[in-house]
Design a protein around this ligand. Structure first.
Ligand code: IPE
Ligand code: IPE
Ligand code: MG
Ligand code: MG
Length: 319
C-alpha cells in the first residue's frame, strides 16, 4: 500500500472511531469536510515513511500518530482561513469551512480537530504508554508555544518578527513532529530525524511563499497573492523570487543529505525529490525565469489598499 493510501485509510478509520455516535451532525459534517477535502497528506506520509525506516513494530500506533498530525494540520488550516486571519474562501479547491458552515462552527471545527488528535492517540496508545507520552509531547511541541503553530501564527500579531523564526514555528515545527513521530511510534530515538523535518518544513513554507506569487488558484486550490494582500512576511518578499527559489533548492538538498543511513534511505530521498517537484515544479521556475529575462514580471504582486503592516518582514530582532 502506498504511504498516501495508508494515511488516507488510517484517517477514515480513526476519524469515524473518534467521532463516535451522537456528535452534533453539522459539527461532524464540518469536521469531516475540513479533513476529507483533498489534502496532500505530506505530514502523515513523512511519519509513516520514518516509521517504516525504524521498523514500524507498532503499526496501529504509527497510524494514530500520523492521523493526529494531519488532524492538527487541518485544524490549523480551518482557523487560518477564517476572516480573523487570512479570510480565504477556498481551501484545497473547495469552499472553506466558515464559508460552508459559518464562523461559529468553523471555530468549533478547529477546536474539535485539535482535541480529536489527542483522542486518536489516546485510543490506541495505551498499548505503549511510554511511547504515547513521548508522542503527545512531540505533537504538543509542533503545535503549541513557544515554537509551534500557535506561536508561529501569533507572530503575525506582533509588530516585529524574524522571518525564519516565524516560518519555522508556523510550518517547520509540525514537520519536525512528523519525522520524529515516526521514530517514536516505533520505539526509536527521534534525534536522527529532526534535521529532515526541519529542512523539509522550512522548504515547504518557502515553497508556499513562492507559489503564492507564481502559482494559480486552479492548481493550488487556494487564493494566491495573499502574502502581499495581508502584508505578511514571506521568503519571496525578503529574498526576491530568484533568491527564494535558490533557498528552496538548497533546503531540499540539505533535507536529502540529512536522511540517516538506513535501509529506507533511497525511498525517503525519492519522497523528498517528488515533493520538491510537486511543490515548486521546474517548469514553473523556467517559465518565471523566461518572463523575468524578457523584462516582463510573471505576475503582478498585489499590494494592500491600506497600510496595515503588522509585522516587518526582514527584521532581525525578535522582541
Ligand atoms: C498548507 O499546507 C499550509 C502550509 C503550512 C504551507 P499543505 O501544502 O501541506 O496543504 P494540504 O494539506 O496539502 O492542503
Ligand atoms: C498557514 O500559513 C500555516 C498554518 C499554520 C495554517 P499560510 O497562511 O501562509 O498558508 P496558506 O497559504 O493559507 O495555506
Ligand atoms: Mg496564514
Ligand atoms: Mg493562509
Amino acid at each position: 500500500m502506498s504511504l498516501y493510501n495508508r494515511a488516507e485509510a488510517a484517517l477514515q478509520i480513526n476519524f469515524k472511531k473518534a467521532a463516535g455516535v451522537g456528535t452534533p451532525p453539522r459539527l461532524e459534517d464540518a469536521m469531516h469536510h475540513a479533513v476529507f477535502n483533498g489534502g496532500a497528506r505530506i505530514r502523515p506520509q513523512l511519519c509513516l515513511a520514518v516509521a517504516t525506516a525504524c521498523g514500524d513494530d507498532a503499526p496501529a500506533l504509527t497510524d494514530a500518530a500520523a492521523v493526529a498530525l494531519e488532524l492538527m494540520h487541518c485544524a490549523s488550516l480551518v482557523h487560518d482561513d477564517m476572516p480573523a486571519f487570512d479570510n480565504a474562501d477556498l481551501r484545497r479547491g473547495k469552499p472553506t469551512v466558515h464559508k460552508l458552515f459559518g464562523e461559529p462552527l468553523a471555530l468549533l471545527t478547529g477546536d474539535g480537530l485539535i482535541v480529536m488528535a489527542y483522542q486518536v492517540l489516546l485510543q490506541v496508545g495505551t498499548t505503549h504508554p511510554e511511547r504515547l507520552i513521548a508522542l503527545m509531547r512531540n505533537l504538543t511541541e509542533g503545535v503549541g508555544i513557544p515554537n509551534g503553530i500557535v506561536a508561529g501564527q501569533s507572530w503575525e500579531c506582533e509588530t516585529t518578527a524574524d522571518l525564519a523564526r516565524y516560518q519555522r514555528s508556523k510550518t517547520g515545527a509540525l514537520f519536525v513532529s512528523a519525522t520524529c513521530a515516526g521514530a517514536i511510534a516505533s520505539g526509536q530515538s527521534p534525534k536522527p530525524w529532526t534535521d529532515l523535518g526541519a529542512f523539509l518544513g522550512e522548504a515547504y513554507q518557502v515553497a508556499d511563499d513562492i507559489r503564492d506569487v507564481l502559482g494559480d488558484v486552479a492548481n493550488l486550490g487556494k487564493p494566491v497573492g495573499q502574502d502581499a494582500v495581508h502584508d505578511r512576511p514571506s521568503s519571496a518578499q525578503a529574498m526576491g523570487l530568484d533568491g527564494a527559489i535558490r533557498h528552496f533548492d538548497d533546503l531540499i538538498a540539505k533535507a536529502g543529505k540529512s536522511i540517516p543511513h538506513c535501509a529506507c534511505r533511497e525511498m525517503l530521498q525519492q519522497l523528498v525529490l517528488s515533493e520538491s517537484e510537486r511543490l515548486v515544479p521546474k517548469s514553473m521556475c523556467a517559465s518565471y525565469r523566461q518572463h523575468a529575462t524578457s523584462g516582463a514580471r510573471s505576475k503582478p504582486i498585489k499590494r494592500p489598499q491600506t497600510s496595515v503592516t503588522k509585522v516587518s518582514a526582514t527584521s532581525k530582532s525578535v522582541r
